[in-house]
Write a protein of this length. Structure first.
Length: 79
């Protein structure tokens, strides 16, 4: 199953980078980030999982079309 995450990586309380993960192997990516950005070197990682909250659709003679998808972010606690 495909998962969508938004990641904030900070170093010594300053935003280092942000990324979005949208793949079937998202859990592997998250595990790799913890190794690559260790707490012992001053990094902290904030993880938010996106949950689809609403779709905006259009109907026409040619069928149904998705115009937009809105997501709600939920903080994920990891060890």
């Amino acid at each position: 199953m495909k998962s969508r995450y938004h990641i904030n990586i900070q170093k010594q309380h300053k935003l280092w980078c942000q990324m979005n993960i949208d793949s079937t192997w998202a859990e592997d990516v998250l595990a790799d980030l913890v190794v690559r950005y260790p707490k012992t070197e001053g990094f902290s990682i904030e993880i938010y999982q996106a949950h689809e909250s609403r779709r905006i659709l259009e109907t026409s003679h040619s069928g149904l079309k998705t115009l937009a998808v809105e997501y709600e972010m939920t903080a994920v606690e990891r060890e």
